[in-house]
Design a protein around this ligand. Structure first.
Ligand code: SAH
Ligand code: SF4
Ligand code: F3S
Length: 489
């Protein structure tokens, strides 16, 4: 919700009385309460208090961080990237073991910073906090942490911060699951011109290797009206591109009182005037409908990109993974998409070394990679997640075998990706200009509809605009280009 509307709501709140029960009004009450405390602290210190959010996970995790930052700003903190801040929150991920290890590593360092600044507050939230053994470990060995909460009660952040500000103890609040979706809370967007938009939460698929359904709970779709209203407000605020977020967007709307398909939702979003580009993530192949392919084909706003996780090319492994499609189903889906939308860019996720994966299984994965020819692929080494069915399976693949397969897969994926990426050379295509180039201040960086990056000479006034760029040269996974004479768009 935009800050003006929120400010009007906050003006109506009386913090002398009891906190209201209904959401989001209860959170407005706590935002105002925290504001008083932070104002007081800042007066005593003679400077504004600063806060920093650190995102460890996926796009949904990143969107949650924007919501946390939105609340922190409303409470009175000034946001910074620096972890030497007065309030630091780690939004954690646990999808693979290395995501977990990164959190512990950085938390140790944060503890040392806090020793020098005892007033600092440290909060942890996100998927890792939904695992009871993690919270036990934190309670035992990381006593300096001030606030711990999980994925289901993030909307209560203002209330939890108030609880910590009003006491000196570690505040811990973890819920097992929820069926609640709270609307109309603030978010602080990282980019003024593009934004993630949650369309659903949780996951019901229980792929046998994956921890997400356990830490994000059951699938819940947002009401289409709320989604449209949020996007309309974003567009009013200057957003031209949205990324619709869900663990499996293709099953959107199935459990709503009045069921709606994802394709229908896209058609509605497409009608929003001023919105230029629509992306979405992630599509599960088992639920991808012909209706969705049609909507994409006929749309001028839905981007020419589909992220379609394969996980494995072996039908035998896919069955044990509980993915509910075969190699043949997947290949035929790709063919249908390519026939309908020839310029579509396909990307994927692949796991190597799933328990029991043989060389033959792995060859099937390579076969799919060669047949589909992905524009790019994220390749992961299987990571055992306690509590998932795969963790208890026999025949975990030895590390050296997995490493060898991973290297072979990566080489194949990269070679194909280079060839695929370069196929647009010489064309002039619309680019959304996103930022100044990190390495060369004379260059701007933008994104094509198919998600590839383009660097071209320009200045910061172009940021947030969609303009035609001539793609002169492909350098591996990005283009060097030149602004085309104005044709408008
Ligand atoms: N909902 C999305 C994926 C979310 S997790 C989907 O179904 O496509 C992102 C990716 O992490 C997955 O696609 C998978 O490739 C990878 N992943 C999930 N669990 C993993 C595990 N235990 N080990 C290795 N990679 C994993
Ligand atoms: Fe995990 Fe599968 Fe759900 Fe994706 S669809 S989040 S891989 S369980
Ligand atoms: Fe990680 Fe949670 Fe996303 S486990 S990948 S942050 S849903």
């Amino acid at each position: 919700m935009n800050t003006k509307v929120l400010e009007e709501e906050l003006n109506k709140v009386d913090i002398c009385g009891e906190a209201p029960e209904a959401e989001p009004y209860r959170q407005y009450y706590y935002i105002k309460k925290c504001r008083e405390i932070i104002e007081e602290k800042s007066r005593k210190l003679g400077r504004p208090l600063t806060a920093s959010t650190v995102t460890f996970g996926c796009q949904m995790n990143a969107r949650d961080s924007e919501k946390l930052a939105g609340i922190l700003e409303q409470i009175g903190y000034v946001m910074t990237e620096d972890e030497h801040a007065d309030f630091v929150i780690y939004n954690t991920c646990t999808v693979r073991e290395n995501a977990n290890q990164r959190v512990y590593g950085r938390l140790g360092a944060l503890g040392s910073i806090k020793k020098k600044n005892p007033h600092m507050l440290i909060a942890l939230c996100g998927c890792m906090m939904q695992e009871p053994e993690v919270v036990e470990k934190l309670k035992k060995s990381y006593r300096f942490v001030d606030l711990i909460f999980g994925t289901h009660n993030i909307y209560k952040f203002a209330e939890l911060v108030a609880a910590r500000l009003e006491s000196d103890r570690m505040v811990i609040d973890i819920w097992k699951d929820t069926d609640k979706i709270v609307e109309d809370l603030p978010a602080d967007r990282k980019y003024p011109f593009k934004s993630g938009v949650n369309i659903m939460f949780g996951c019901n698929n229980f792929c046998s290797y994956c921890i997400v359904p356990y830490v994000r709970g059951r699938e819940r779709s947002r009401n289409p009206k709320d989604i449209i209203r949020e996007i309309e407000q974003l567009v009013e605020d200057g957003v031209v591109e949205v990324m619709l977020l869900g663990q499996n967007v293709n099953s959107y709307g199935k459990n709503l009182d009045e069921p709606v398909t994802f394709a229908q939702l896209l058609r509605e979003i497409e009608k929003i005037e001023g919105l230029e580009r629509i992306r979405f993530m992630t599509s599960h192949p088992k639920d991808l409908s012909d209706e969705l392919i049609e909507v994409m084909r006929d749309s001028s706003k839905v981007c020419r990109h589909m992220h379609l996780p394969l996980q494995s090319g072996s039908s035998r492994v896919l069955k044990v993974m509980n993915r509910k499609y075969t190699k043949e189903d997947y290949l035929s889906l790709v063919e249908r998409m390519r026939t309908a939308i020839p310029d579509i860019s396909l990307t994927t996720d692949i796991i190597v070394g799933f328990p029991g994966e043989t060389e033959e299984d792995f060859q099937e994965t390579l076969d799919v990679v060669r047949k589909v020819r992905y524009d790019s692929a994220f390749t992961f080494i299987y990571s055992k997640r306690t509590g998932t069915p795969a963790a208890a399976m026999d025949a975990q693949v030895p590390e050296s075998v997995v490493k060898d397969r991973f290297d072979r897969l990566l080489a194949e994926v990269q070679e194909i990706s280079k060839e695929m990426s370069s196929r647009l050379t010489g064309q002039t295509l619309p680019v959304l200009v996103e930022e100044k180039n990190d390495h060369d201040p004379h260059l701007m960086t933008g994104r094509l509809s198919n998600n590839l990056l383009v660097h071209f000479p320009g200045d910061e006034s172009l940021i947030g605009k969609i303009m035609d760029v001539h793609l002169k040269e492909c350098r591996g996974f990005y283009y060097m280009g030149e602004a085309a004479p104005k044709r408008g768009r």
